[in-house]
Write a protein that binds this ligand. Structure first.
Ligand code: NYM
Length: 212
């Protein structure tokens, strides 16, 4: 019997916007309604590729910027068969970061164009909805110190934010800006409303290909 496919829903935003907290709350709320929902995150650090990425982020190894960019992308591609299988089985996937992080972060480095950065991720399963948790750099700073990993400083994060703004101009992707400076509960309410709409719409649509 053909079953309705799950939705592919992505949360994006600069560091400290609350993506991981909101992904977990969203998954829990949807599961409590009896829906088939699972969380994924990128980078997925448990695979062999993910471990190379993790060592780089933790400053335990050095890699060329091109190399690590392609590893981030390969880490998504290696999970595509699993993602497609789950979506086809009717499971909705809530994903903490996706190709948009890949493009926004690498293109914040000197000498990298957004177009070059998007290329390796062309053709990935296209999200039915990308929610961008919008938080100003000043508000992010109020949420405490950045961590110890690469990229975790305010100058870099400002460049990342500008790159996300470029990416959001693309009408082929369904973006939804969420005001992340609200309380955790109010952000959650917004996110759940948009997610339910997306799940209902995705049921009847084929899965698309990103940036194609
Ligand atoms: N990051 C994440 C990238 O630079 N490229 C990517 O493709 C992805 C998915 O990794 N600072 C960066 C953004 C984060 C860092 O992510 C680790 P997290 O969500 O903190 O584990």
């Amino acid at each position: 019997m053909a079953c309705k496919r799950g939705a592919l829903i992505v949360l994006e935003g600069v560091d400290k916007a609350g993506k991981t907290t909101q992904c977990k709350k969203l998954v829990q709320a949807l599961q409590q309604e009896g829906r088939a929902v699972e969380m994924m995150r990128f980078p997925e650090r448990t695979t062999a590729i993910g471990q190379l990425i993790s060592a780089y982020l933790e400053n335990k190894s050095d890699l060329e910027d091109q190399t690590v960019h392609l590893l981030f992308s390969a880490n998504r591609w290696e999970l595509v068969p699993l993602m497609k299988k789950k979506l086809e089985q009717g499971t909705t996937l809530i994903v903490d970061r996706y190709a948009f992080s890949g493009a926004a972060f690498t293109s914040a480095k000197p000498g990298f164009s957004l177009d070059w950065c998007k290329k390796p991720d062309e053709g990935l399963p296209k999200p039915d909805l990308v929610m961008f948790l919008q938080l100003s750099p000043a508000e992010a700073a109020l949420r405490g110190q950045f961590g110890e990993e690469r990229y975790e400083n305010s100058v870099f994060q400002k460049a990342v934010q500008q790159n996300y703004e470029q990416l959001m101009k693309d009408p082929s992707v369904k973006w939804q800006v969420i005001n992340a400076s609200q309380s955790i509960e109010d952000v959650h309410k917004d996110i759940i409303t948009h997610s339910l709409n997306s799940i209902n719409t995705a049921h009847n649509l084929p899965l698309g290909a990103l940036w194609k």
